[in-house]
Ligand binder design. Structure first.
Ligand code: SF4
Length: 176
């Protein structure tokens, strides 16, 4: 289990979603992924599948039409996951704030781990944010792995986990 978080950190998959942006920040994300800035050097792959993603890159304010999809995509990404809000309108609504069809920042609906400033954001800031997201992802992965560490080395019988042994160790931990 020790290597689980390090593998995840070296090959994070990203889901990019436009929740209602003007496309300015989306173009910057694509520029960051392209060879000039080469975000892929961190092992990042832009995937279209939330179930295989670790980092949720969101652009734009939340519109009435996109809010359900935003929450649905977030809930489909398995734990641990990190949300990066790219651009000022993703954080606060920005230039769209207060419009009749806009609900302002995405953190009204989903928790955000990293905010990227700028209208539009720059590829350098996006790369910085993804690097920060990788650190957060590693911390969250370790938190998830902790329960296994409580049990210490789990014995196996014929290459299978011994559930009786695990149950006994859980009992001991509860008594202590
Ligand atoms: S922050 Fe500015 S450039 Fe980026 S999506 Fe919003 S309005 Fe467009």
């Amino acid at each position: 289990m020790k290597f689980f978080s390090s593998f995840r950190k070296r090959s994070p998959w990203v889901l990019h979603y436009n929740a209602g942006s003007c496309n300015g920040c989306d173009i910057e994300i694509l520029a960051a992924l392209a060879p000039k800035y080469d975000l892929e050097r961190f092992g990042v792959i832009n995937t279209g599948n939330p179930k295989q993603s670790d980092i949720f890159l969101v652009t734009g304010p939340v519109t009435y039409r996109s809010r359900e999809r935003l929450v649905e995509l977030y809930s489909q990404i398995p734990e641990p996951k990190v949300v990066v809000a790219v651009g000022s309108c993703t954080a606060t609504g920005g230039v769209f704030r207060g419009m009749y069809n806009v609900e302002d920042g995405i953190d009204r609906y989903i928790p955000v781990d990293v905010y990227v400033p700028g209208c539009a954001s720059s590829p350098q800031l996006i790369i910085d944010a993804v690097a920060r997201a990788l650190e957060i992802l590693e911390t969250k992965s370790k938190e998830i792995e902790k329960p296994f560490k409580l049990f210490g080395a789990i014995e196996t019988i014929h290459n299978r986990l011994s559930r009786l042994n695990m149950a006994a160790k859980v009992g001991q931990n509860e008594k202590n």
